[in-house]
Design a protein. Structure first.
Length: 167
């Protein structure tokens, strides 16, 4: 998140970002095979984990492939466009550039061999090997449907609490 703060004057560092950034760095070092980040909604986690982290990852691993996923194509595409915007604006500082002719918003490549694909959960990634797979709000409507189904059961408070935190 130091990268985001250094490049984007509007980026506001929050205390929980330090914890998340440390864990993401540990993923990059290979300390973990995966990481689940659970925070309340609207605290900036998606921007950190699904936008700035993939940009940082590509700056460190420019040949890697990243697939940004979410419950909807529109949200996944928004994250992919943000990463692309960071490449266009700041990529020259990290020897990152879009490959000429790589104009598809949902699937684009870097001159270094890396790239980003934006897909909804359940979409096919066959033929697109990935090195990093950030999933932003992968449950979306499914979570709301489950909460509705659980409303008449004995312990909806636990589910509602979990759902609120997981959003």
């Amino acid at each position: 998140m130091t990268l985001a703060r250094g490049l984007d004057a509007t980026f506001m560092m929050r205390p929980h970002f330090k914890v998340i950034a440390q864990a993401l760095a540990e993923v990059e070092r290979g300390d973990y095979d995966g990481l689940l980040v659970v925070t309340p909604p609207q605290v900036g986690t998606s921007t950190c984990v699904a936008e700035w982290f993939p940009f940082w990852w590509l700056a460190r691993h420019p040949r890697d492939k990243v697939a940004v996923t979410s419950y909807s194509d529109a949200l996944a595409l928004r994250r992919g466009k943000a990463i692309r915007g960071y490449i266009e604006e700041y990529g020259h500082e990290y020897d990152l550039a879009l490959k000429p002719g790589s104009s598809a918003a949902q699937d684009w490549d870097l001159t270094s061999g890396g790239g980003v694909r934006s897909v909804s959960v359940g979409s096919c990634l066959t033929g697109f090997p990935v090195n990093l797979l950030p999933m932003d709000d992968s449950q979306g409507p499914r979570r709301r449907r489950i909460a509705g189904e659980q409303a008449g059961r004995a312990r909806p408070v636990l589910l509602d609490c979990v759902e609120e935190v997981a959003a």
